[in-house]
Design a protein around this ligand. Structure first.
Ligand SMILES: [Mg+2]
Length: 310
């Protein structure tokens, strides 16, 4: 059986602080430590990722802000909750920490009861969100179906389409210049943006068999069974409009002054000889072309005539 205890990574350049925190948290949790930012990033990517990171803001070399930015920019580490460690009364640091995506902060000198309470609260939330994600296959942030649910649905619909000789369409989409959005407005605003986009595109397809899921990062996907190219492009255009009409300001996008998405549409008659990945690849090609052609648009890759790959 796995050890049920959750894992905490403690990052601080001062040995004394590390010792205090380890002593405090070790009885109930698994702890691991890092003395600087670089080491912290190595530890996070090595083995089982931690359930929570306690991150000192002031460190020589790479400081806490830089570390959290790197964590949030990586798909593998972006959902690990981070609690900032700040010196007492640095409230502007705390505000900046929240902007960058921290879930909480603790102040030095440490007050054991508060440290434990905050750590336990966020570990409990992490456990719940992990559980929810695995049980209902919902993405923890946007609360729309997650990648796993998409994989299962595509597999199921692919086989069903082969059996019934039906068409299957896929729409792959991506928020335009989302990195610039995060860099300029902060990760907290980025998360709000992801939620709004998810909610708006999820409402577009109307039939019960249609599925809209988070594909990863700022990418979303729609599986549209028994839908021809024309039907799929209509859905794609409605999704594009839905996001555009949210009117979320994005001053740093070359595509528009509001948040927009680019989309790739692919439609196929699935056959046993072809791997379902092919449909994703084709939609991805369309998405790539939509980006190249200026974003805030869809490109349709019609494969119902020939299956040629290149
Ligand atoms: Mg320090």
């Amino acid at each position: 059986m796995d050890d049920e205890r959750q894992k905490i990574l403690i990052v601080d350049d001062e040995r004394f602080n590390i010792n205090v925190l380890v002593e405090l948290l070790k009885p109930e949790h698994k702890t691991t430590v890092a003395k600087n930012g670089r080491q912290a990033l190595e530890r996070v990517l090595m083995g089982t990722p931690p359930d929570l990171i306690l991150l000192d803001v002031m460190m020589p070399g790479m400081d806490g802000y830089e570390v959290i930015q790197k964590l949030k920019d990586n798909e593998k580490t972006k959902n690990i909750p981070v609690i900032f460690i700040t010196a007492l009364s640095q409230t502007s640091d705390e505000a900046k920490g929240f902007d960058l995506g921290a879930v909480d902060y603790i102040t030095k000198p440490f007050q054991p009861t508060i440290v434990k309470a905050r750590v336990n609260t966020h570990l409990r939330l992490k456990r719940k969100s992990d559980l929810l994600e695995s049980l209902v296959a919902l993405d923890g942030l946007t609360e729309i179906p997650n990648r796993r649910r998409f994989d299962e649905t595509l597999d199921l619909e692919w086989k069903r389409a082969i059996r019934n000789n039906n068409l299957l369409s896929l729409v792959l989409m991506d928020i335009d210049h989302f990195k610039l959005y995060n860099d300029n407005y902060g990760h907290a605003a980025g998360d709000v943006c992801l939620k709004k986009v998810a909610r708006s595109i999820e409402k577009v397809p109307q039939r019960p068999a249609d599925l809209v899921a988070r594909y990863g990062g700022e990418e979303f996907v729609a599986v549209l069974p028994e839908t021809d190219g024309e039907g799929a492009t209509q859905i794609a255009e409605q999704m594009r409009e839905a996001v555009f009409s949210l009117g979320v300001t994005h001053e740093f996008s070359s595509a528009s002054d509001v948040v927009t998405i680019s989309l790739g549409v692919a439609t196929i008659y699935p056959v046993v000889e072809i791997d379902q990945k092919y449909l994703i690849e084709q939609a991805d090609k369309g998405l790539y072309d939509a980006k190249e052609e200026g974003r805030n648009r869809f490109v349709d890759v019609d494969m119902t005539i020939s299956y040629d790959t290149d």
